[in-house]
Design a binder for this molecule. Structure first.
Ligand code: ZN
Length: 165
């Protein structure tokens, strides 16, 4: 496990991540790596599969405070949703409009084993839904129509090629 962010095409991003059964030093080490990777990439959230660890752990950046949540679950959402452009550290350089619930109520466990509730609205609600999707092997491009997805992935592949040339 490193702090390298796994990108589109890596099978770990499509796997359903396993629940964490025990919060131990390994869990803490994973969380540290996640924070490191997120900071380096300037992200507002990251999920463990993005650094190659298929476990249910996410990190959210809430006003420059990092919240590590183990086994996070969305327990309630608003009916109202909003469509805004969104991107992903694992598909860098492209974004697309995705419909997300406006508000979500998230419950998870901290590294010191306390259950916490986070009420997210707007961008935070979006980040929460995006990171939870990662734990289920879902990427934001899955919400696009086949034509939109094709064109976005074409753009992404072009950008990746330019980078390696
Ligand atoms: Zn992502």
């Amino acid at each position: 496990m490193g702090t390298e962010i796994r990108t589109y095409g890596d099978s770990v991003l499509r796997r359903k991540a396993a629940r964490v059964t025990k919060i131990d030093s390994e869990t803490k080490r994973i969380a540290e790596k996640m924070v490191e990777a997120m900071l380096r990439a300037n992200g507002v959230g990251i999920a463990a599969p993005q650094i190659g660890v298929s476990k249910r752990i996410i990190v959210l950046d809430l006003n420059d405070e990092f919240h590590v949540l183990v086994n996070p679950e969305i327990v309630e959402t608003s009916e109202e949703s909003v469509t805004i452009a969104e991107g992903c550290l694992s598909i860098p350089g492209v974004d697309a409009a995705v419909d997300r619930k406006l508000r979500v109520h998230l419950r998870g466990v901290t590294l010191d084993e306390k259950t916490v509730d986070i009420e997210g609205e707007g961008l935070l609600a979006r980040a929460i839904q995006h990171e939870i999707d990662h734990l289920n092997g879902v990427l934001f491009i899955d919400y696009l129509s086949p034509a939109e997805r094709r064109s976005l992935l074409n753009e992404y592949n072009h950008k990746q090629q330019e980078k390696t040339e």
